[in-house]
Ligand binder design. Structure first.
Ligand code: BJ8
Length: 431
């Protein structure tokens, strides 16, 4: 950290002692997993800095934005339209948590067999360890999986009624589209109410361009990973995708594009993070919120390279752009509704489009194997794994299904299974 933020954390009612412990663990994990990698692009220095200041400088910026009257909106799902938040000059922060924190406390409220992501967002709040939650003026939940939907009811009491829930349909028919458009309109009215600012066509256009540019930069990064050898490790690419949820969008986009410029030079020179022909793995499944680096660390520590993530912390977050050609707010809201319904989350039924996405990505990144990752007890993704297996079979590449939580207890067992999976590479025939 560049300076002492104790007073700021104390003002935000952070549990200082436990927080020091958390930052220590995070810093050790980052040093072991990230800084020990060889041949990292120079452009990753910015992201290293962001992580070192994850509860420092960025929080200071957010506190400052709040002082200037901007509203801080926390979200848990890529279905919540960032464009609308920016259109009222708000700050959008992704709040999902990827660490085993406050679990005992969380389990006093929710069953043990709840997914680790839900336990973590509740645990971080109960343990007084998340300065992002503390700064939020509004936290947006959504009706996606049953676990989240019901946990939000309890979470609302913990955050003193700051929760707002968007209804996300479970299907994509005409009635569902109408419901979803109505939800977008309701959310935009809520944002106007709490910010005291009107969404104008100009503001919405400006916001759409900012968010689309961020998506384009992430698309560029994703496509550079198609090169063999990949110019960047899966771990580093995952980190960039995680940082996308809470960094300032303009600065983030500029830094991702700078990184991509460097990676383009690497690709032209045939340089990469591993040897040409190294096993290339596509990860598909539940989101990996920061600092969930477990699977990437094991796979890449075992010698393979992760070349794509079909995940909400990955392709599902940036694959489609919003149509910016609108001339009224109503038209813009329709375009937002259309764009967000292209996200193929396992909470929808049927969800065959996700399988098409996985096949397309696997082809583009030249995946030698698909590793399906589900957070333990994440029923939607655990069940869809059966269908994802068929995509791998169709492409005649190995498939591995993993269900795990945030603890480190199963590291040895996972390593053994992943190594056996990697040994199968080369037996598959690419079509
Ligand atoms: S659009 S994936 S961000 S809902 S891991 S809490 S699904 S039990 S996070 Fe998600 Fe939006 Fe869908 Fe994406 Fe439930 Fe599964 Fe836990 Fe999950």
């Amino acid at each position: 950290m560049s300076k002492d933020y104790k007073q700021m954390w104390s003002d935000l009612e952070i549990n200082l002692e436990a927080h020091d412990g958390l930052l220590g663990v995070l810093s050790d994990a980052y040093t072991n997993i990230y800084l020990s990698q060889k041949n990292r692009p120079e452009g990753m220095k910015y992201f290293d800095f962001v992580i070192s200041e994850v509860h420092g400088l960025r929080i200071e910026e957010i506190v400052e934005a709040k002082k200037q009257g901007r509203k801080i909106i926390g979200t848990f799902c890529v279905y919540v339209p960032e464009e609308l938040i920016l259109a009222v000059d708000g700050v959008c922060i992704g709040l999902c948590a990827g660490a085993d924190v406050g679990t005992d406390e969380a389990e006093k409220y929710i069953p043990r067999n709840t997914c680790a992501l839900i336990k973590a967002f509740m645990g971080f709040k109960l343990a007084g360890l998340c300065p992002y939650v503390q700064t939020a003026d509004l936290i947006v939940g959504e009706t996606t999986c049953d676990g989240k939907k019901k946990a939000y009811e309890l979470f609302d009491e913990m955050i003193k009624g700051k929760l707002y829930v968007m209804e996300i349909p479970n299907k994509k028919g005409q009635d569902d589209k109408a419901l979803w458009l109505n939800e977008i309109q309701r959310f935009s009215a809520k944002l106007e109410e709490i910010s005291g600012k009107k969404i104008t066509p100009e503001k919405l256009k400006e916001a759409s361009t900012v968010v689309n540019n961020k998506r384009k930069a992430l698309q560029r990064l994703a496509s550079l990973r198609s090169a063999d050898p990949s110019p960047i490790s899966g771990l580093d690419a995952l980190l960039v995708n995680q940082v996308a949820f809470y960094d300032d969008p303009l600065r983030f986009t500029a830094k991702v594009n700078e990184l991509c410029d460097e990676l383009t030079v690497r690709v032209k020179a045939g340089k990469g993070v591993s040897a040409k022909g190294n096993p290339r793995i596509l990860i598909s499944g539940s989101p990996m919120a920061i600092p969930n680096w477990k699977i990437h660390a094991i796979v890449e520590g075992s010698g393979a390279t992760i070349v794509g993530e079909e995940s909400c912390v990955g392709e599902r977050n940036f694959a489609s752009l919003m149509d910016e050609s609108f001339s009224s707010v109503n038209e813009g809201l329709r375009n937002i509704a259309d764009r967000y319904l292209t996200i193929n989350c396992a909470c929808f039924t049927p969800n065959n489009e996700r399988l098409i996405d996985i096949e397309t990505i696997a082809k583009r990144v030249k995946a030698d194997g698909i590793l399906h990752y589900a957070i333990q007890f994440c029923t939607p993704y655990m069940i869809e794994a059966t269908k994802v297996r068929k995509v791998a079979e169709k492409r005649k590449i190995p498939f591995l299904r993993i269900e795990t939580d945030y603890s480190m207890e199963d590291m040895g067992q996972l390593k053994t299974r992943i190594e056996a999976f990697l040994e199968m590479m080369g037996k598959g025939v690419r079509v």
